[in-house]
Design a protein around this ligand. Structure first.
Ligand code: GP9
Ligand code: MN
Length: 674
């Protein structure tokens, strides 16, 4: 009896499945072809062939689209699914073409500027479209083919008799939700944060699939368009009031115009932290070249990058504008099309040719569009301008990058009287895996007496090998060698005579406090780490960690025009006013000050924390850390800078979101003031 019931049930299920498949042929063709197309796109681009997660994510999106098709009468469903098939095919096709040219995925935010970009950048290589870019069209052909066959067989009339659209729609939505749930359960916090920031588009596609990427991109693009529609007056008022109260004209001091008329090469030193300059292993400094350049030039030893989620791109932005990063999203991705007063634009007014160079995909951080908007005449990038003869990590190795950059700079110097160029380094990027490219030894070696032989013997304490911090030292050493080689090549090419070389660390290495704790508390002789209760134990608390995130800033000239160590706290937003005073330019919108014209400087961080020479303020806990325990600060002092920090962040964000610099310019032009 029991067996009979079971067989009966199985028969019923099989019959139901048969009936389901028989009456869902068009729908299933749509679902399967859509998921296959999204997978083909990944196969040709990011190449994560065997990842199941993006397939689940694509399936979930396609099922939601499918579900709504059931509300339409069967004989009209084809129109619905073919429309979607065309949209999805186009998404794959356009992304495929975009990837062929830019090695990244397309963004709705680029729609307005993309045509213009294609015309003006050198990013479009000869083969604009490849044959494989068209392979996605098979989905449309397949759907038309299946539809024609079904129509001939009277399929739609048959389905109309038995289909209960609403039930099927609901069932499909539930199925989609199950896939969504399944997918979400596999996500890490990094995955979610990267989806939110949308800056690493390859990563988002690899993890979330093609369709979720595109939906997310649409939402991010719309958000950036919608936000400026509300609250304009209030923000414009705050902006006016702030700039009415500050004087940003070029100050007069001993540095005024000292570097005027010189060329500038700025090196964006990826993840180079300041403490590297004070660290050595077995008597060999981690970054000997940076140390030397720091001692020969003007060295800011308490300099902070002020970056937010836009990391490298935020630093580039603040460096070039003296504004803070965006409070939500990133300037380079969502607000690149606003008007900003920037170093390249200000130097162009003095007749400079301006350029940037980088050994990673041009579209990474949306630089193709953002650099143009910042005022660079040309962005030399990756395969378009460099021969990829050595790859480490994300792209072209720093040594090859610099080697190839020098002849390009030479050519520029022969064509233009003055130039300003930013060289964005890449190799010293997390996870700092050097795979045999650095022979720097990060383990302590010391001598002990061998009692048997009576001779001194070398002991190696292998405590840093294989740790992230150990890898960081090796990788930073490589980056330093690359800088050293670049300086030599520049000198040999005669390019240092009238050139200021400015080097800044773009942000910290984002290493965990535990890495430092182990490093500071290791005892080589006993091959152990000090216990927390040990009196000699060095703790890395919140403030120690935050203060240690500082990066170096060096302004160097061959003839030592500027020299010395600046120990005052400084931030990335001080660069434009400080360098500007030395070179004869200024921005009326700078939020930072010329460091040589202020008695006390404050560095504001994007999260509202701030730092002076006296204290660090943690805004989330409303707590402070005095840098010198004997010092005192008043409530008014804390209040004054907390207010300034809030003001700087809001004013900057208003400029970014509401495009206030452009609006102010337009209003002035209208009034005939400029
Ligand atoms: C990417 C490189 C690194 O091209 O500049 O970016 P980051 O991850 O440091 O922001
Ligand atoms: Mn970076």
């Amino acid at each position: 009896m029991k067996l009979e019931t079971m067989i009966d049930s199985i028969k019923k299920i099989v019959a139901f499945a048969k009936q389901y498949f028989k009456t869902n042929i068009l729908v299933m063709t749509f679902v399967i072809t859509s998921v296959i197309n999204a997978s083909i796109l990944r196969f040709f681009t990011v190449k994560n062939y065997f990842e199941i997660r993006p397939i689940i994510a694509d399936l979930a999106v396609v099922l939601v689209i499918t579900a709504f098709g059931y509300f339409i009468k069967p004989k009209n469903q084809f129109r619905y699914y073919i429309t979607w098939a065309i949209i999805l095919t186009l998404i794959c096709l356009i992304n495929s073409v975009y990837y062929t040219n830019f090695l990244s995925f397309v963004s709705f935010s680029l729609l307005e500027t993309s045509l213009q970009l294609v015309g003006v950048t050198d990013a479009v290589v000869e083969n604009v479209i490849e044959l494989k870019d068209f392979c996605y069209i098979w989905q449309i052909i397949a759907l038309i083919f299946v539809h024609t066959k079904l129509k001939k067989k009277g399929y739609y009339d048959y389905v109309a008799k038995i289909e209960t659209g609403k039930v099927r729609a609901l069932n499909t939505l539930v199925a989609s939700l199950i896939f969504v749930g399944l997918f979400i359960s596999t996500l890490t916090s990094t995955d979610i944060s990267r989806l939110g920031k949308q800056w690493n588009r390859e990563y988002v596609v690899m993890c979330f699939g093609t369709y979720t990427y595109q939906i997310n991109d649409l939402v991010a693009t719309l958000q950036a368009k919608i936000n400026p529609l509300f609250g304009y007056d209030e923000h414009a008022k705050m902006f006016r009031e702030y700039y009415d109260s500050v004087d940003n004209t070029q100050p007069e001091n001993e540095y005024t115009n000292i570097l005027k008329g010189m060329n500038v090469i700025a090196i964006h030193a990826e993840s180079i932290q300041q403490f590297l300059l004070d660290t050595e292993f077995n008597g060999i400094p981690v970054v000997p070249n940076l140390k030397r350049l720091a001692s020969e030039g003007l060295y800011f030893s308490n300099f902070y990058a002020q970056e937010s989620v836009g990391t490298s791109s935020d630093s580039e932005f603040t460096f070039n504008t003296s504004l803070m990063p965006a409070t939500s999203g990133t300037v380079f991705v969502s607000y690149f099309d606003r008007e900003y007063v920037t170093i390249p634009k200000l130097l162009k007014e003095q007749g400079y040719y301006t350029f940037s160079m980088h050994g990673n995909n041009g579209s990474f951080w949306n630089r193709l569009a953002a650099h143009k908007s910042l005022g660079y005449d040309k962005y030399y990038n990756y395969k378009n301008d460099f021969e990829i003869d050595e790859t480490i990590g994300l792209g072209l190795s720093d040594k090859s990058f610099f080697r190839q950059a020098v002849p390009k700079i030479k050519e520029i110097s022969e064509q233009y009287k003055n130039f300003y160029g930013v060289l964005i380094m890449l190799t010293n990027h997390t996870p700092f895996k050097m795979e045999g490219h650095s022979d720097y030894e990060v383990n302590y070696k010391y001598q002990v007496l061998n009692e048997e032989t009576g001779e001194m013997e070398e002991v190696v304490a292998p405590y840093m090998e294989g740790t992230k911090l150990g890898n960081y030292f090796k990788s930073a050493h490589y980056a330093d060698e690359a800088i050293g080689q670049f300086m030599e090549d520049m000198d040999e090419a005669g390019l240092l005579e009238n050139t200021v070389v400015l080097i800044y660390g773009d942000h910290d290495a984002k290493l965990k406090p535990s890495e430092y704790k182990r490093f500071y508390n290791y005892v080589p002789e006993t091959d152990s780490v000090l216990d927390k209760d040990d009196p000699a134990y060095i703790d890395v608390d919140y403030y120690t960690y935050e203060l240690n995130r500082k990066v170096p800033l060096i302004i160097w000239t061959k003839n030592k025009k500027v020299q010395g160590e600046v120990t005052k706290v400084t931030g990335m937003y001080n660069v434009l006013p400080t360098l500007g005073n030395m070179m004869g330019f200024s921005s009326p919108y700078a939020l930072g000050k010329d460091i040589f014209s202020v008695d006390e400087n404050v560095v504001v961080f994007p999260d509202g924390n701030w730092l002076t020479d006296k204290m660090y303020y943690n805004q989330s806990t409303d707590d402070i850390k005095l840098l010198n325990a004997d010092d005192t600060v008043s409530i008014d002092y804390i209040q004054k800078y907390t207010t300034f920090a809030e003001q700087a962040i809001s004013v900057s964000d208003s400029i970014i979101v509401y495009d206030l610099i452009r609006k102010t310019k337009e209003a002035k032009e209208l009034l005939g003031q400029e």
